[in-house]
Design a protein around this ligand. Structure first.
Ligand SMILES: [Zn+2]
Length: 103
């Protein structure tokens, strides 16, 4: 395990930074007319420009960044861990009943 910190994330407020969709694979969209756009295949993770990791902590080396796609929690394919990490801390606590119960 590496303990290398990502400087761009140090002290940054995630909620205010622009997050983009990143995914391990991309495929050509099969809808609409050519030229078909590249679309994420599989889980859609949240990525902040300048970072080397997704919000959920995956290394993004070799991954595709979709600069025209702001990360959204709406798609079914959105990574749950990234969705959670992109929420403000107050919302996270509200969404996690286990934290309240053990407090
Ligand atoms: Zn993720």
């Amino acid at each position: 395990m590496t303990s290398t910190l990502t400087p761009t994330l140090g002290g940054a407020k995630h909620a205010e930074a622009q997050l983009y969709v990143t995914a391990t694979h991309k495929v050509r969209s099969s809808s609409g007319k050519p030229p078909f756009a590249w679309v994420p295949y599989g889980a859609q993770h949240a990525w902040q420009a300048g970072s080397r990791k997704t919000l959920c902590g995956e290394w993004t080396s070799g991954w595709t960044v979709f600069w025209d796609r702001p990360f959204s929690a709406a798609p079914h394919e959105a990574c749950p861990a990234c969705v959670e990490a992109s929420l403000p801390e107050a919302s996270r606590r509200r969404l996690d009943p286990a934290l309240r119960r053990t407090a």
